[in-house]
Ligand binder design. Structure first.
Ligand code: SAM
Ligand code: SF4
Ligand code: SF4
Length: 334
């Protein structure tokens, strides 16, 4: 089957599947405790897509041009049976790159099984190298050392090179930029610094909280000279830079200051099976309901993608309030 293109001629190429809306962290920029406290209601189990349903959705996307699949959440390693799901998805013909994004809290104990089940790589989220800052950001007292140990275990299990994602917020962890560059330079792991985004409705985002990509590059460049290098493939979201001394590379994801909607080929499916065509969408289309009522899920995907005209980050303006309430990052999976 031919690939499907949207109204701006963008093909659907990569898919992010959220497998749970739950998380054992309460990152202040993603699941702040005031909102995601003890009283918060997560999705009931029967509303989540089953593994068979997830596999059907993935097969339908692959038939329409997707070859990269990322498992995310919430915290995906909290989903019971996650290793079995990885096994099922790795056997779907046409999935060339199967990856997972995790906070690494459960990674050390699962890395080997995940690799054996066919996972190609993991991306680990880590926002600081010092415990006071990291604990303040994850808000559950989780220490940096456990994440660093898990990164090494995952790399040894063959899940590298590990990408380490760091969300940088003004006045919170700006110092992490140089700290993380210093730590990971020469290790073979690739840190990707992410501009803090206005996703969801709960993190109180202001443009002033964003540390622009250029500023992050200047900070690193002042200590370790950098050179821009070309993307690995068209549409790669991170801008790549290599250390001039040959000691590895870093990436910068400038979603706010240099939006990349023009080459955005990514579809997202929430844990309850809603398809979203943009990280900032407020409404999804339920693939679960389609499947459970016998409708051809592939047809639904084609129809939704063919009508897609999202380019939120390119038209975002601090002066323009959003017209609708977007979904949360922990629900849609980043
Ligand atoms: N729990 C897993 C984790 O943290 O890696 C996977 C899900 S998490 C929603 C996926 C990614 O989204 C993480 O790297 C996280 O840092 C990022 N993220 C969450 N909220 C964000 C925000 N407001 N701006 C930029 N990135 C954000
Ligand atoms: Fe959990 Fe990941 Fe969100 Fe942090 S960023 S609260 S680890 S889902
Ligand atoms: Fe893609 Fe939407 Fe992000 Fe633009 S704002 S890059 S369309 S997800």
């Amino acid at each position: 089957m031919a690939g499907v293109t949207d109204l701006f001629d963008r093909q659907v190429r990569d898919l992010r599947v959220s497998v749970t809306d739950r998380c054992n962290f309460r990152c202040t920029y993603c699941m702040p405790k005031e909102i995601f406290g003890p009283g918060h209601e997560f999705l009931p189990r029967d509303e989540l897509l089953t593994f068979d349903e997830i596999a059907s959705v993935v097969r339908a996307f692959v038939a329409r041009g997707v070859n990269k699949v990322r498992i995310t959440g919430g915290e995906p390693l909290l989903r019971k049976g996650i290793v079995d799901l990885v096994g099922m998805l790795s056997r779907v013909d046409g999935v060339e790159d199967l990856t997972l994004t995790t906070n690494a809290s459960l990674l050390a104990r699962k890395a080997e099984a995940l690799a054996a089940a066919g996972l190609n790589r993991v991306t680990v989220s880590l926002d600081a190298m010092d415990d006071p800052t990291f604990k303040k950001m994850n808000d559950v007292e989780f220490p940096v050392g456990t994440v660093l140990d898990a990164i090494e275990v995952a790399a040894a299990a063959g899940l590298g090179p590990i990408k380490v994602n760091a969300v940088i917020q003004r006045g919170v962890n700006e110092h992490s930029v140089v700290d993380m560059a210093n730590h990971f330079k020469g290790t073979g792991h690739i840190v990707r610094f992410i501009e803090y985004m206005d996703v969801g409705n709960t993190n109180g985002w202001r443009l002033d909280d964003v540390v622009p990509a250029d500023e992050m590059i200047d900070q690193i460049n002042a200590v370790h000279p950098l050179e821009a290098i070309p993307p690995n493939y068209p549409g790669e979201v991170a801008n790549r830079f290599r250390y001039s001394d040959g000691d590895g590379e870093v990436g910068i994801i400038a979603s706010v200051t240099k939006p990349f909607c023009g080459s955005c080929t990514r579809a997202r499916v929430s844990a309850e099976g809603s398809m979203y065509t943009c990280l900032f969408a407020s409404e999804g289309t339920s693939l679960r309901d389609a499947m459970r009522s016998g409708v051809d899920v592939g047809e639904v995907i084609s129809e939704v993608w063919a009508k897609r005209d999202d380019r939120y980050s390119e038209v975002r303006s601090d002066a323009t309030p959003r017209l609708s309430v977007p979904v949360e990052m922990s629900y849609i999976g980043g």
